[in-house]
Design a protein around this ligand. Sequence first.
Ligand code: AQP
Length: 338
Amino acid sequence: MTRKRVFSGVQPTGDLHLGNWLGAIKNWVDLQKTHETFVCVVDLHAITVPHKPELIAKNTISTAAQYLACGMDPKLCTIFIQSQIAAHSELCWLLNCVTPLNWMERMIQFKEKAIKQGDNVSVGLLDYPILMAADILLYDTDLVPVGEDQKQHLELARDIAQQRINSTFLTKNEPILKLPEPLIIKEGAKIMSLIDGNKKMSKSDPNDGSRICLLDPPELITKKIKRAKTDSFVGLEFDNPVRPEANNLLNLYSLMSGSSKESVLEECIEMGWGVFKPILAEATISKLEPIQIRYKELIKNPEEINRILKEGKTQAQEVAQATLQRVKLALGLLQEMD
Ligand code: AQP
């Protein structure tokens, strides 16, 4: 039986944090055992907002190394860098030309990110969802792991594929692009900021104290957790809407310790923050330790990381090129002669 294909990626916009791991990479590590898994470092997405050129390549290689350190296995999956496969930009352009502008203006993430940038919003930021559609559609993806925030973008990818390509340019009754389905990630995987329990943990939050990064040393993890926002209620509890920080930190403890929510509640219900925080810090430090050890080994050997990425590029390119050719042919572009 052919395995279903999964595609996903993370932007190299900074150090990966617990949200990126628990909400994305940890799921890929499981998926690669049962699905044909393509994961890439989406560096072209990272430049849709102002960025520092001197950091992007460094962050890209470090992100790839963190995928590996978290357990992505090049024998089981394909790992590559988005900008090294030109088909992503090419398909993005072709899809740009068939997508109505008003579909793009409705995108919530664009509106949210655009507000933050005032007059400095790039066309690339508006185009971000079409580049994401190109990423997904290039690989004939069956399933895309998505959180709530990315659902609208996946819908857009499906609408472009179905309404603007397959229905419009159908050749020989065979669909040109495969329609991807969302793979809804189980609840509890959304990790919130340490300084605001209503905001998601994010690489680009200007306050470093808002996130725990996978590569943070133990002392820093302890310090960040010590400074995390709390409240003045007595005892700890999940799911109280006026205590988002308590919910987030208990949830983190459950994920870091591997204990169910029920047993975490039983253990912590009567604790004060002063007792709970060191326990959470200790669980986080020991959960991240093996990843940090593997990362340190890997990053000493950039040739090996490059070898893996090159191999990934070759595998990904073959699939991407075939899809790109189908779309170019369907749109009527002149085919190259051998
Ligand atoms: N806080 C989070 N909780 C759960 N999952 C999260 N993800 C990100 N933050 C959390 C998941 O990580 C994957 C990669 O995300 P991305 O780099 O493409 O962009 P993002 O979602 O916007 O992540 P960041 O860290 O907030 O980056 P910036 O600050 O650059 O925008 C996705 O699967 C996402 O769901």
